[in-house]
Design a binder for this molecule. Structure first.
Ligand code: ADP
Length: 398
């Protein structure tokens, strides 16, 4: 009686399992170790278009388009070793010849003694999902390109605005100056003050347009990288501006700065901007002191600019590289809020990075990071060039 019950229970369970397999939306197929189809559920019929009696006993390769036939030996080899194939994305062919994107899971089937006798395959139609992904990718690509062209137009626009504003500005400044000089005797003190105010404003606007022009020139231009001797470049910049020299300020270079992969003029602009800020943002009466040093690590070079200025509170540091951002502490100092935006854009253009460290007082430590020359294999090229030059000199002498 118990044995009979057990037999009925098993039969019930089997028909339950068969019903579950048959009602599944996924195609569930089994095959023997030679790849011959053994079972075929309703999902498989719906997905591939073949009825069970049309495919049972046939090789599973009838579902494969010719260019995918090479997948089967690999799948069978894995199954024979008792391994699974999980969510393998591939393409299969339906009865009507159309192709369908599927995600395939194949697992070995064992008999009662544990011997592998075949494999079960679960195939899910992922055509819709693939299509949605493709549409999404296309939409993202289209928007990115629209944004890029909008950005280029904006940069183009700001270039022409800042460029075209300069001539009328110079005229305003020039005529205000002419009035002050040529008609000094006729001007009442208030009229003089007004004219001087016009001049101050036009000077400020001149600085703004110049900085904006620098920014948009940089944004429009291309920054071709080459090996740059950062040490020589920094020395040249320090020598060029009196404000970076004694007695105004003390700029020290520690050791020899490494060579970097950069666009020389663009890097020069960054160095000049950082140094201008470093000598500008100091407390009244303090002589600016700047230490410049290089750090080479993991194929990259960091150039550090450490100052003894007013410092930047950590909570504000993320703001200062954005366009027109000036911190409350900067209102007593001249500026447009564009210098660091130029630095960031420049470093982006050169595939580098920039940042700052400061505890809010006791000065700031700005850094520029670029690829090191050694990492670029340019040392060898440079050596070859040097050797070639030497050889040329020798042969010329001979
Ligand atoms: P600007 O110098 O024209 O004000 P920047 O874009 O160069 O504009 O700098 C943005 C702001 O970052 C400055 O207004 C100032 O608040 C802060 N800053 C930049 N460099 C320093 C520095 N070395 N020390 C302290 N604050 C700085």
């Amino acid at each position: 009686m118990r044995a009979l019950d057990l037999g009925r229970r098993e039969a019930e369970l089997l028909s339950w399992l068969a019903a579950i397999v048959d009602s599944s939306d996924d195609a569930i197929i089994s095959k023997d170790l030679n790849g011959i189809i053994q079972t075929w559920n309703g999902g498989a019929e719906r997905l591939f278009g073949y009825r069970a009696d049309e495919v049972i006993g046939k090789p599973v390769t009838i579902l494969m388009p010719p260019e995918r036939l090479n997948e089967e030996p690999g799948i069978l080899a894995r199954v024979r070793k008792g391994q699974r194939v999980d969510h393998y994305e591939t393409i299969r062919r339906k009865k009507d010849g159309t192709l369908v994107d599927i995600s395939l899971t194949v697992s070995p089937i064992c008999d009662a003694t544990g011997t592998i006798v075949g494999a079960s395959k679960i195939a899910r139609d992922i055509t819709g999902q693939k299509r949605r992904n493709e549409l999404l990718e296309r939409a993202v690509a289209e928007r990115t390109s629209a944004l890029r062209s909008a950005l280029e137009q904006m940069e183009e626009f700001s270039y022409s605005v800042s460029h075209d504003l300069r001539a009328p500005l110079r005229a305003i400044d020039g005529y205000a100056g002419a009035l002050l000089e040529d008609y000094a005797a006729d001007l009442k003190p208030t009229a003089r003050e007004y004219l001087e105010s016009i001049q101050r404003s036009s000077h400020r606007m001149e600085r703004l347009t110049r900085d904006l022009l620098d920014y948009s020139r940089l944004a429009r231009g291309e920054a071709r990288l080459e090996a740059v001797d950062a040490h020589r470049l920094v020395l040249e910049i320090v020598a060029h501006y009196q404000e970076f020299q004694l007695p105004h300020s003390r700029v020290t270079i520690q050791g020899v700065l490494p060579r970097v992969m950069a666009h020389e003029t663009t890097l020069g602009q960054c160095v000049a901007n950082l140094l201008s800020n470093a000598v500008k943002f100091v407390a009244p009466g303090v002589q600016p002191e700047i230490l410049i040093r290089g750090e080479e690590r993991d194929g990259k070079v960091r150039l550090w600019f450490e100052d003894n200025g007013i410092g930047i509170p950590p909570s504000q540091q993320h703001r200062i590289f954005a366009m027109f951002e000036r911190l409350p502490g900067a209102t007593n100092y001249e500026g447009t809020g564009i210098g660091l935006a130029v630095v960031r854009k420049a470093m982006d253009k050169m595939g580098g990075a920039t940042g700052v460290e400061s505890e809010g007082e006791g000065g700031s430590r700005f850094w520029l990071e670029l690829k090191s020359v050694a990492n670029h294999g340019l040392h060898t090229t440079a050596n070859h060039e040097a050797t070639a030059r030497e050889l040329a000199a020798h042969s010329a002498a001979a």
